[in-house]
Design a protein around this ligand. Structure first.
Ligand SMILES: NC(=O)c1ccc[n+]([C@@H]2O[C@H](COP(=O)([O-])OP(=O)(O)OC[C@H]3O[C@@H](n4cnc5c(N)ncnc54)[C@H](OP(=O)(O)O)[C@@H]3O)[C@@H](O)[C@H]2O)c1
Length: 327
């Protein structure tokens, strides 16, 4: 297998977990790290063994040895950062949400396709074994037709006016940061042909959505989602079918455990696949597999689905009369 040379753009919280995972993936090489500050880039490169450090994102995009760039800046920066990478012909794995809104993403997908570049959302949940197992059980008919899905993601986050989570100008808010997970889960099982979507929101912080409750009504099923920064929840996902149910461990998007129950509630099967490192390795393996096979889009995280999810979020924000700076 050919080695894949990775560049990491930004040195924030998530990049540390990503770099740790990258260093555990066979055939992955951490080639370069870039920050807006050369001191931060150098410290990061030294800590994680990157060959080069750059004090600007453009230098990373220009590096001819880099095959793919992982972008982990705040949401409001993704559109410009991805465009910069595409300008220099770089493949991109970018953190969720890929952009602030559907229009920005549509434009980026157009550029990637025109230039023949690989482009994928770092929706790591969809690459994890427990999530694939849950989908497999459902597709095998083990729970019959789905009647309801319940998926919450609520965190206790201390308010900090400088944190991207609470800043409108950085694309903060629970919808883009957290709700993208339950929406990705629900649409993976029930698709996008819902009949109705209802929601309620609390706007706070520096004008961002702090909590939201969402109900999606399908022909014969409901999905219920609660996301927010207000308090720590169990954060399980339960997929309820007419013949049984599938239930994840807490923190449904990153756990290693999922269980199948029959109609009477008895446990039928349990699937546990311990993470190789911390779970982020699976999205890295998926991106490398696509690059090695010459795929420009991942079949596990299809770009058209990523776009449809952003469009759902556009619709919700429209209902809430909530916009990001510059939109
Ligand atoms: N998959 C996951 O589990 C997961 C978890 C957390 C976050 N995320 C995603 O990863 C991305 C980053 O999240 P994070 O929690 O790592 O954020 P963070 O700690 O705030 O770091 C963001 C980094 O982006 C860079 N940056 C560029 N322009 C910036 C600006 N105008 N203001 C602030 N920072 C700027 C900075 O790096 P430099 O100073 O080095 O340039 C900063 O350290 C988001 O898209 C988020 O949704 C994913």
């Amino acid at each position: 297998m050919k080695k894949t040379n990775w560049g990491i753009m930004a040195t924030g919280k998530i990049t540390e977990s990503f770099a740790n995972a990258l260093n555990a993936v066979p055939d992955a090489c951490l080639c370069a790290a870039a920050s807006r500050s050369i001191e931060k880039a150098s410290a990061f490169a030294e800590k994680f063994g990157a060959v080069k450090a750059y004090g600007s994102y453009e230098e990373l995009a220009r590096d001819g040895n880099v095959d793919i760039i992982y972008i982990a800046t705040p949401m409001s920066c993704h559109y410009e950062n991805v465009k910069l990478c595409f300008e220099y012909g770089k493949n991109v794995l970018c953190e969720k949400t890929l952009t602030l809104n559907g229009s920005q993403l549509e434009e980026l997908i157009g550029i990637a396709r025109e230039k023949g570049l690989f482009f994928m959302e770092a929706m790591w949940m969809k690459c994890l074994p427990h999530f694939k197992k849950a989908l497999e059980w459902y597709r095998e008919g083990r729970i019959g037709s789905i009647k309801a899905i319940k998926a919450d993601f609520s965190n206790a986050c201390d308010y900090d006016e400088n944190d991207r989570l609470f800043r409108n100008d950085l694309g903060g808010g629970a919808l883009l940061d957290l709700c993208v997970y339950p929406l990705s889960l629900v649409t993976s099982f029930l698709g996008f042909d819902y009949k109705n979507i209802m929601s309620a929101v609390h706007i706070g912080g520096e004008n961002v959505d702090m909590n939201e409750a969402i109900i999606m009504q399908y022909e014969d099923a409901f999905a219920s989602i609660f996301t927010g920064f207000c308090a720590e929840n169990e954060n399980r996902a339960v997929i309820i079918g007419e013949k049984g149910r599938i239930s994840t461990n807490p923190w449904f998007f990153c756990t290693d455990t999922v269980r199948l129950y029959d109609k009477s509630g008895a446990l039928v099967e349990e699937s546990i696949t311990p993470h190789i490192k911390n779970g982020y390795e699976y999205e890295i393996i998926e991106a490398q597999k696509c690059l090695n096979e010459g795929l420009k889009e991942s079949p596990v995280i299809p770009l058209p689905d990523t776009l449809k999810i952003l469009r759902i979020m556009d619709g919700l924000r429209n209902d809430w009369k909530f916009r990001f700076d510059g939109e």
